[in-house]
Design a protein around this ligand. Structure first.
Ligand code: NAG
Ligand code: NAG
Ligand code: NAG
Ligand code: NAG
Ligand code: NAG
Ligand code: NAG
Length: 511
């Protein structure tokens, strides 16, 4: 929903520009993302409403080398990717926005991506992500994922970035209106259930955070820590003559479960299993919380069983513990390869099998105890919270009720006009900010609830993520470990809070 006017967003100054201008028309986007891989000037000639391959549900075709699955596994994540140095993208007064139906279906879209993929290695939708040198599905045994190619020296100016489903946030996937598609009777029944499960009543983005502009270190946006080592990550940024306006969000906090090793109990899309929705008594009492379930959670529990059976057959039953084989490993540590036995599938390395597991089962994760609660009739959820007397057993079997996160376990953050993190030499001038609206609630009530277990008198309360911000917050500027020069700033405050007006902050700094 973000509308960012971009008269000038210079990420750096261009030294010399290649001669010749590539003109871009709406027709250049009909087959998918426009990938800029050679330096030069690119000038938009008309508005672009990006909604490619409607004939294929807006998806790239598996095996298409121009849109490799290793980068496009979430579909078309951008209208334009800049994958090389020295590019001037002149929007020429035009607008790039996401088509409405595509917007409803692709919740991870940015108008412009300054790299050839949406995530760096080891980040993003980890359960689906590829890393350098992984085997590319569909392209044969020897095709491997190449390293990331990013933009350097990019100059993007004079245009409007319109409707977009992602600005550092993730929103529930839901098609409210089926847009004239022909549905079978089965589809129609599922659609009714889906509306019930995913219906977005506020009709606003419901993820943890919405940013107008965000300059970050490499890695997850909400991490205050810099896991890629010390030092500055972005520098020499100028933002001027820019209006950030009409950012509206209604973040939804989702109580979830966590197992002893810190794993969130999650479904295939790394979505928290919405425990609150699938207990029989709405958490009024933990001891009567039996499995009510819904079409989605039923599928997840069945999937988990299937995933375990796959693992058992493919990995565990291989005597060696080596994913790709059933041969045996000598007991002496560090003594090399499997000895006896036959490699079950010599084409596969351990990582390949892990990726196959992801391809078939996504990010699904839970514990045997939770599976038993859902599948053994009459079980009560409170049993998973009982601490075992013996320390070792307790460590392995402990479960937690966790709070302060959205449905993909991002820490709640609210709406932020401009955030600058781990950046040096950033200059802002003539920035105006208006209409930052947050209709979120501060907390889910179950997160402030206390339960006592009848078996041992133990108290159970939710574990809160230690976060400096809450879902109902509004921040104009958020500056984290950065050096920013303010030339002229103008912030006309017309922010609106649904539940917590006292949290309203025009500018914050964590230094
Ligand atoms: C889109 O794909 C069609 C069919 O392959 C092709 O004829 C057309 O030239 C492509 N257009 C662009 C802009 O790539
Ligand atoms: C700060 O960045 C600008 C470009 O944005 C550059 O011209 C200038 O030299 C930089 N200053 C320093 C001290 O690096
Ligand atoms: C400030 O930016 C706005 C656009 O956001 C522009 O219309 C206006 O002319 C700029 N003012 C100055 C003094 O540059
Ligand atoms: C912002 O929202 C207001 C009220 O909804 C509307 O009048 C205005 O045109 C919007 N501005 C932009 C730039 O979309
Ligand atoms: C190992 O795999 C080979 C070939 O698939 C098979 O003949 C053999 O029975 C397997 N051994 C075990 C212990 O599973
Ligand atoms: C800042 O905004 C106010 C109210 O919108 C306006 O009256 C004032 O002229 C602006 N100042 C600058 C320097 O743009």
């Amino acid at each position: 929903m973000a509308q960012t006017l971009l008269p000038t967003l210079a990420l750096a100054l261009l030294p010399t520009l290649a001669v010749g201008v590539t003109e871009l028309y709406a027709r250049d986007f009909v087959n998918g993302t426009y990938r800029i891989t050679t330096p030069g000037v690119y000038r938009l000639q008309e508005d672009v409403e990006f909604a490619p391959r409607a004939d294929n549900d807006y998806w790239n075709v598996p095996g298409d080398p121009h849109y490799p699955m290793s980068a496009y596994y979430l579909g078309f994540f951008a209208a334009i990717t800049i994958e090389t140095a020295d590019v001037e993208l002149d929007l020429n007064g035009h607008t790039i926005k996401q088509g409405k139906e595509f917007y409803l279906m692709q919740r991870f879209w940015n108008a412009i991506q300054l790299a050839d993929r949406a995530f760096v290695d080891n980040q993003g939708v980890a359960s689906l992500n590829y890393q350098e040198k992984d085997k590319i599905p569909w392209l044969g045994v020897d095709a491997r994922v190449a390293g990331m190619r990013s933009a350097r020296n990019a100059f993007i100016h004079d245009g409007i970035l319109g409707l977009s489903s992602h600005s550092g946030i993730h929103v529930q996937l839901f098609v409210d209106d089926h847009m004239g598609r022909v549905l079978s009777a089965d589809d129609a029944t599922l659609l009714v259930e889906a509306k019930h499960l995913f219906g977005n009543r506020a009709r606003l983005p419901d993820g943890a955070v919405l940013y107008g502009i965000f300059i970050n270190h490499i890695g997850l946006p909400h991490d205050q820590e810099n896991f890629y080592g010390p030092g500055v990550q972005s520098r020499d940024v100028i933002i001027r003559n820019t209006v950030v306006t009409n950012l509206s969000i209604a973040p939804v906090e989702v109580p979830g479960l966590q197992t002893a090793d810190g794993t969130f109990v999650q479904g295939i899309a790394r979505d928290l299993i919405r425990i609150f929705d699938i207990v029989s008594d709405d958490f009024r009492s933990l001891v009567n919380a039996r499995y009510k379930g819904n079409v989605l959670s039923d599928a997840y529990f069945a999937f988990w069983k299937l995933s375990n059976e796959f693992y058992e057959a493919r990995v565990y039953a291989s005597g060696c513990g080596n994913f790709g084989s059933n041969s045996t490993l000598p007991w002496t540590l560090w003594k090399g390869q499997c000895t006896g036995g036959t490699r079950r599938d010599p084409q596969l390395t351990g990582r390949d099998v892990a990726l196959l597991q992801k391809k078939y089962f996504g990010g699904i994760a839970m514990s045997h105890d939770i599976f038993k609660w859902a599948t053994i009739h009459g079980s009560s959820l409170h049993k998973i919270f009982i601490s075992k007397p013996e320390a070792g057993a307790r460590r392995q079997s402990k479960h937690y009720l966790v709070c302060d996160m959205d449905t993909m376990f991002h820490a709640m953050h609210g709406v932020v006009g401009i955030k600058v993190s781990w950046t040096s030499n950033a200059t802002f001038s003539n920035i105006s900010m208006s209409n930052l609206i947050n209709k979120g609630d501060d907390h889910h009530w179950v997160c402030r609830q206390e339960y006592r277990l009848p078996e041992n008198g133990e108290d159970v309360t939710a574990v809160s993520a230690p976060t400096p911000m809450a879902g109902a917050d509004i921040h104009g500027f958020e500056i984290v470990k950065s050096q920013v020069l303010w030339a002229t700033t103008n912030s006309s405050d017309s922010s609106d809070h649904a539940s917590n007006p006292s949290d309203e902050v025009a500018a914050t700094a964590h230094c």
